[in-house]
Every structure is written in C-alpha cells, then in structure tokens.
Design a protein around this ligand. Structure first.
Ligand SMILES: Nc1ncnc2c1ncn2[C@@H]1O[C@H](COP(=O)(O)OP(=O)(O)OP(=O)(O)O)[C@@H](O)[C@H]1O
Ligand SMILES: [Mg+2]
Length: 279
C-alpha cells in the first residue's frame, strides 16, 4: 500500500552545507499492517513519517500510496503527534468533529460521527470537556478519535504515547490494539520504547543514524490480542535490544569520542525503558 523507493532527504544547514537525514531508504508497507520504526534520536524517523504524510519532500526517490505519489497531505493519511494536537479552545466533541466540519458534513451528522469515535476511545463522559480539563492519556485518546473520525486508510503516529506515564501508556496500548484489530487501518508508528514497538507491531524496523537507513527488520509473530508475558515478545525484544545497543554505541562514540564505550551490560534489561531522549 505504501511504497518507499530509494528515498533520500537532505536538509540545508543553517551553518552552510547540507545534511543527509535519510539515505536511500526503500520500504513497502502492506495494507492493514502495523509497522514501527525504532532508532536513536536524530536517525530520521520523523523525517520518514513526514515524507509519507506529504509534509516534507524527498530530493531523491519516490513515495506512493496505493500507486499515487504523496507529495502533499491527503485525507487518506492522518498524523497523530506526541502532544499539542488538540485545539485548546474547542471541546473534545468539537475537536473530534473539526475535520468533519472542514469536509462540509452537517452539524448533527458530524456530531454523531464524532461521538461514535469518542465512544470508541472510551471518552464519552468527557465529550464536553476542554483539553486543559483532561489528563495526558485522555488528550491522546481524543487526538486518536479525531484522527479516526476522518476515516483515513493510514494512521501516521509519531511517538504518540511518549509523554505519558507507564500505566497510562499500557492502557493506550490496549486501546490502540483494539482499534487496529477492529478497523484494520495501516499504521506507521514511531517510538523509542522497544516494548511498545514489539507489543503493538507486526513488524519493527530498526534504523541506524547519520545517515538514516534501515538497519534491520524484525517480524513479531505473536498471537493477538498480545499478552505482555508472551515469551515470543520477550525474545524479540532482546534481539532488538542487541541491534539497538550497537547503534547507540556508534552514536555515543561519535558524540563523546572513540575512547568512550557504552557497555551493553550497563543498558537496562527492561526494554520497556525508553532509549531516546538525548541519545
Ligand atoms: N527542518 C530541518 N532542517 C535541518 N535539519 C533537520 C530538519 N528536520 C530534521 N533535521 C535533521 O535531520 C535529522 C533527522 O531528524 P528527525 O527529526 O527525523 O529524527 P528522529 O529520528 O525523529 O529523532 P527523535 O527520535 O529525536 O525524534 C536530525 O539530525 C535533524 O537534526
Ligand atoms: Mg522524531
């Protein structure tokens, strides 16, 4: 469904010269697939997602969705960001109905459609609240409801749960899994959290940095709904941790000098810990 072929993206640097954020990346994403991108900070995950969203343009290569180039944002692709996604001056209902209003759907009908999505993320009791009256988890659920209300074929999620505490995150994992199983949307998901990637995805791609390329691909062949105690998940997490640890070692050496080494043993064994923020 999504075909990324030999895509490279460079940015002009303020100090002069160019910087290659993505280098010759090729990737196919099947209809209905849940695919996650993991990788060190700055490896080009958001750049890749923004290219698929049509928010950025590649200098080389092509990106198509259902065979059509995606040079501009389109109703078939909706992005869910980490935060600041809701309009603070609108209630949850009006936020979720916003895109439907833009589409010209009459008030009664769009409110019904919005309420249905609000119900699907279990926020019915909070439909009349403003964003500042919601918890972080509720805000993200409202943002997901808003994306679903547009009924896109593809959800592009850039660290949607990164700002949430661990318990809220676990609840949101269950909700997103349930939404995905029900709607069979195609999801491109970015995270720094290995456990999150493994629990949610059919496939996890680990990216390497400078320039950003795809280093390794993991298929997660555990039954759904996923059980966090499933040994298949644990095993996949450990394999991903090994590949990421090598990548982080490379980044650390580049940033701190060759004499610096990141001992693998010193990395947390809890892959639920995020490995992002500054690395
Ligand atoms: N508009 C821009 N102008 C210049 N450089 C940019 C721009 N956007 C991104 N970059 C650079 O491209 C590289 C990739 O950035 P990107 O945001 O895609 O990384 P990321 O993997 O999403 O990182 P993080 O995990 O921190 O969100 C980074 O080195 C970044 O500094
Ligand atoms: Mg990013």
């Amino acid at each position: 469904m999504i075909e990324i072929k030999n895509v490279s993206k460079t940015f002009n640097q303020r100090t002069g010269g160019t910087f290659t954020a993505i280098d010759n990346v090729s990737l196919s994403i099947k209809k209905g697939e849940f695919l996650s991108l993991l990788g060190p900070s700055g490896c080009g995950k958001s750049t890749l997602l923004n290219l698929v969203a049509g928010l950025e343009h590649a200098q080389q290569g092509t990106i198509t969705v259902n065979g059509k180039p995606c040079n501009t944002p389109g109703p078939d692709r909706v992005v869910v960001f980490q935060e600041h996604a809701l309009f603070p001056w609108l209630t949850v209902l009006d936020n979720v109905a916003f895109g439907l209003k833009q589409k010209g759907i009459p008030k009664k009908q769009r409110e019904e459609m919005a309420l249905e999505q609000i119900k699907s993320v279990h926020l019915s009791r909070f439909a009349d609240r403003y964003p500042h009256e919601l918890s972080g988890g509720m805000k993200q659920r409202a943002a997901i409801a808003r994306a679903l209300a547009m009924d896109p074929e593809i959800l592009l999620m850039d660290e949607p749960f990164a700002a949430l505490d661990e318990q809220t995150r676990l609840i949101l994992h269950k909700e997103l899994e349930e939404i995905w199983m029900r709607t069979k949307k195609t999801i491109l998901f970015i995270t720094h959290n290995i456990r999150e990637a493994v629990i949610l995805s059919d496939r996890v791609l680990v990216m390497s940095t400078r320039p950003g390329t795809i280093k390794k691909e993991f298929n997660v062949q555990a039954a759904r709904p996923r059980d966090s105690a499933d040994p298949v998940l644990r095993h996949t997490e450990n394999s991903i941790m090994d590949v990421l640890a090598d990548e982080l070692e490379k980044v650390v050496k580049e940033e701190m000098g060759d004499e610096y080494s990141l001992k693998k043993d010193s990395l947390s064994n809890r892959s639920s810990d995020s490995m992002g923020s500054g690395i």
